[in-house]
Design a protein around this ligand. Structure first.
Ligand SMILES: [Zn+2]
Length: 274
């Protein structure tokens, strides 16, 4: 049994669900296929990819957090695309290693895959694999041509400085990583300054201005495909926080701690401590 479960979510699109912990997505074009994010590095995600497509692969990272970058060691022969602003974080800020992989399933597992933590722990490689990589920079408007299918990069800072969403007009889908899903984290700012909330608000406005190009969001955690209206729910939160009509409160839920505000189906940890 594989740690990743592949499910078809479009004509030439699959989610690779890493036991409920995090998603990667496989997008097939005529000439190449793109793997969007690589999971934490449990098991062998490359084998799962190879069981679906046998085209040359490119790896597109939505951001540099180790739960999205951790499987990169399976793709040392593939070009890897990521925004340069997340380089520092991916290489120095967070360690993408087995200690992280263990910590991640021990803290997230009880919420996201109860009862299956032991299976995931057993899939961690015995020696720490080499997760270094030299990314090709992508920024606003960069295009990834897979042959008959083009993904457009949209720079969406907030959750991380270098977050990128990938727009797929063929499936009318936006691969939104941790920029928009069901529970977004913005790290706590010194003095609870709202500058990061303001930045994230601009990101949401930018995505919503393009909403006629897509219907669905393919998200990084807690499900796979959701309606684009979630962006609007987040916009209501950031608008309220910024004009003072909404204030959240401190909560501790599962592995999250910090100030959180909610609207509709959206939950924004806008001063998050962990
Ligand atoms: Zn993240």
């Amino acid at each position: 049994m594989s740690v990743q479960e592949a499910r078809k979510i479009g004509r030439r699109t699959w989610v690779l669900d890493e036991t409920g912990l995090v998603n990667a997505f496989l997008v097939e074009g005529d000439a190449k296929a793109a793997l969007i994010d690589t999971g934490c590095g449990y098991g062998d995600i490359r084998e799962v990819v190879a069981s679906i497509v046998d085209k040359p692969l490119v790896v597109l990272l939505t951001h540099g957090h180790p739960d999205h970058v951790g499987g990169i060691y399976h793709f040392r022969d593939c070009p890897v695309y990521m925004n340069h602003l997340d380089k520092e974080m991916a290489f120095k800020g967070f360690k993408t290693d087995n200690a992280f992989r263990r910590m991640y399933v021990e803290t997230r597992g009880p919420v996201r895959c109860p009862g299956r933590e032991a299976m995931v722990l057993a899939s961690i490689p015995s020696d720490d694999p080499d997760c270094s990589f030299e990314p090709v920079d992508v920024d606003d408007g960069s295009l990834i041509d897979l042959g008959g299918r083009v993904l457009e990069c949209i720079h969406t800072p907030g959750h991380s400085d270098g977050s990128i969403c990938y727009l797929d007009r063929e499936e009318r889908m936006l691969f939104s990583g941790d920029t928009v899903n069901k529970s977004i984290i913005l790290m706590r700012q010194p003095g609870n300054d709202l500058a990061l909330v303001r930045r994230y608000h601009k990101t949401l406005e930018k995505l919503w201005a393009r909403h006629e190009d897509y219907d669905k969001l393919a998200i990084g955690h807690d499900g796979d495909v959701i309606d684009k209206s979630m962006i609007h729910d987040y916009l209501e939160i950031t608008t309220g926080l910024l004009d003072g009509s909404l204030t959240g409160q401190y909560e501790e839920v599962g592995f999250r701690k910090g100030d959180v505000a909610r609207c509709g189906a959206a939950e924004l940890w806008y001063q998050c401590d962990e």
